[in-house]
Design a protein around this ligand. Sequence first.
Ligand code: FAD
Length: 676
Amino acid sequence: MARATRSSTKQTTLTQYTTSPAKDKANGRHKAESDEEGPKHANGKRRAPSSSPPPSKRTRPNALSSKASPTAAANALADPASESTPSKARSSNPANKVGNVDTHPNPPGADAPVVKDKIASAGAGARVDADPPVGRLERALEEHRKGWKGGRGRGECVVYWMRMEDMRLKDNRALSLAASIAQEESLPILAVFLFSPGDYEAHDRSPRRIDFMLRNLRSLRKSFQELNIPLFTASHDQRYSLPKKLVEVCDEFGANAVCANVEYEVDELRRDESVVRLAGGKGIRCEFVHDKCVVKPGLVLTKEGKPYTVYSPWLRNWISIVQSDPSNLECASPIQANPSSLPSKLDKLLKNPTPIPDHIPGFECKDSDKMSVFWPEGEEVAAEVLRRFLHTKARKEQLGGGKGVLAPGEVEDAKHSRAMKYSDARNDADKDSSSRLSPYLASGVISARECLRQAVAFSGRKKLEASDRSDGVQMWTQEVAWRDFYTHILAAFPRVSMGRPFLEKFNDVKWEVDEEKLQAFKDGKTGYPIVDAAMRQCKEMGWMHNRPRMIAASFLVKDLMLDWRLGERYFMQSFIDGDLASNNGGWQWTASTGTDPQPYFRIFHPTNQGEKADPSGDYIRHFVPELRHLKGKVIYAPSEHMPAAEFKKLGYPAPIVDHKFARERALRRYKNPGSE
Ligand SMILES: Cc1cc2nc3c(=O)[nH]c(=O)nc-3n(C[C@H](O)[C@H](O)[C@H](O)COP(=O)(O)OP(=O)(O)OC[C@H]3O[C@@H](n4cnc5c(N)ncnc54)[C@H](O)[C@@H]3O)c2cc1C
């Protein structure tokens, strides 16, 4: 019988979603922030980030009426005029249609207008922040639990609804919970995965991310089969009616209960709220549990009980919560196999599984073979990627995709491993200095808890410590915490995912509209070698080292003066590790519009940044072959250092913008949003 120990199936509930954000004046730091240009105070210190003005008025959350009918809830979710995450244009895919209203009115390629359409109004943003969807889901669950009078009594299974952010069997809270309910009710587990192209489209999912999802799902199907657990798959085009589809599947297989891990994007939370009402109305027990973050969003609060908006004090609080409550890092109970004899429908499904397609139409991954080498799928792979980070040395030949994250030739050396050297080397893009776990964490192929448990065990400490930035492992722990931080921000201030800047005062910053420059940026042809190497790494690997991500993002926003949302979107559409919270957080930090952002007057110099991020120049040489014969400093700014005729022979573009001019323009426009 599939089962798990209930005690370790952590089922956390929301503590508080406040009605006004903190005016947190504490001075937080983002990684690698000290080498930008910018005015200094007389004491030599750079100015602290400006504090973050909240949307002016917030109202108390409206408790959802317990009398709301399932249909009403479903209709509310399906209302195209509701403040859901705005969508992008892709095609005439029927998924774009809600009733007769086309939710994606712009033709593909018209990037600038599409981004405009993705921006919710200030009012809509403030309203969604005032009553965040995660709180609404929690309240719906509470009502559901209170009103629960037992299920159908004669159900045939318990459904674990897997989604694209929790693609693992190990340390999976919703799966463990499903297993424990199944054990109590003496029922088998059924795993369900519903493909939702409309959601992938609305969230700018990249074909590589979708391909990675499909590859992992195939690997998981085998693991499920070994446990006699059938996996049901189906594709559903109308994303707003996905809750209905799920409940139909539950009905078809006679499910008593359905369990899933919470996803923190606005649309997903609204969808799940609808699932609770629809399924509850049919006598199906519903459980959504917190799993993505180490500490549940809503738990790390200021003394005033408000969400933090600055990283450093948030981190201190986060660490003390993790240290004082070991259950935060506890592994969810392993599940056991289903009984050998299954109800006939499940038995049939186990023997004749529903298909996992090669691709999802509209998301064909042209370089799937290459991606499978760079980023192989599966839980064992993720575990080995983590092990190598902790135990093996950095390699120059691994700066690109090479033979992938599991390329042979690794050198075991726990004393000088990438983790041990992380404090000093994490910003070096010219070798594999970081873990490269982000694709696995973003798809939930490994849990953040597991990463931290392994890091603690490796360090020989008894508990998580993360205060010492000179200690590689502790420093890395703080990076994993950024993932929690940005998810907490998304949960508490959901408007950030609706195109709204966290610092509303920067909403009016004037952006350029320049398709040619945008294209040059995407193609890695800006004439700034470090930016071009970064953008070509993105094209080549579907991934980028963190430092080049920051440099490239800064170049788009502050040098080209193009809307940060264009870059946010392009990264999501390109990366295999696309995660809405981290991507949005990274872009808003760089654009100086986010929580605890890079102050607007500190502008990366793309040439100096090249020298810092790529001290050997090998990163540029690898990704920009036109420059592979250049030696010394010339590689960071060839047009400046070489005679014009020599430079021309390289076949490499001259800079598409003058940095000095661009810097002054950015300072002007940020200082007085709305002005030229
Ligand atoms: C503009 C921009 C966009 C970004 N978009 C994404 C994205 O879509 N998905 C994504 O996972 N990360 C994103 N990041 C964060 C970061 O760049 C990547 O997580 C990191 O480069 C992944 O490499 P790694 O796994 O080797 O990281 P490591 O340095 O080994 O860190 C370990 C893990 O910690 C987490 N992490 C580290 N730094 C950050 C950070 N600044 N913010 C959030 N999480 C972090 C990641 O899960 C990462 O895998 C973005 C950063 C910027 C500046």
